[in-house]
Design a protein around this ligand. Structure first.
Ligand SMILES: [Ca+2]
Ligand SMILES: [Ca+2]
Length: 176
């Protein structure tokens, strides 16, 4: 009888320990979940701040299929696209990297400038789009002028420019 009682007591203690373990385990799990959810929310709420209006994206949406002489941009391959951001005096403020052999289905081509700040928000800028060649690059076309102020007055972050003479369409995304 005593041994049965002892066994029952021991079993109760063991189960109690098991329950405690499980509760502890679930609390830890809940804490981890809570931390994760809070972390995600904090991450989402973290808005990047900019000291100056900053171009975060340049999208080449459309380029003419052929050059002004009616020939393809490259003889044996597709055009290699990059752009410059310049002003009226041809000062260069930004040179993008080049997208090699861009096919029609690849547009829009997104060029991501890293923290391209427009410290002078009134400065009028142009975007020149080129086909990179071995000797001299072909100018595909130009859009502009635009300024950070013009885009901010427009209030939308994405500003699209089209040059009908060149059949060229480019958009810039500005954050401020
Ligand atoms: Ca070419
Ligand atoms: Ca090419």
């Amino acid at each position: 009888m005593i041994s049965t009682l002892r066994w029952a007591l021991g079993s109760f203690k063991r189960n109690k320990l098991k329950v405690h373990g499980m509760v502890r385990y679930m609390i830890i799990l809940l804490l981890i979940l809570l931390l994760f959810v809070c972390g995600c929310e904090l991450f989402e709420e973290e808005e990047e701040t900019y000291d100056y209006p900053t171009i975060t994206k340049i999208k080449i949406i459309k380029i003419p299929a052929a050059n002004e002489d009616g020939y393809a941009w490259d003889d044996l391959s597709l055009p290699d696209i990059y752009c410059l951001v310049t002003d009226e005096q041809n000062n260069i403020y930004y040179t993008s990297s080049t997208w090699q052999d861009v096919g029609n289905s690849e547009y829009p081509v997104t060029l991501n400038p890293e923290n391209f700040e427009l410290k002078d928000s009134e400065r009028e800028l142009y975007i020149e789009v080129y086909d990179e060649d071995l000797t001299s690059d072909d100018l595909i076309g130009e859009v502009g002028p635009f300024s950070a102020q013009l885009i901010m007055d427009d209030s939308s972050n994405v500003y699209t420019m089209e040059n009908y003479t060149w059949t060229l369409e480019v958009s810039v995304t500005l954050k401020w």
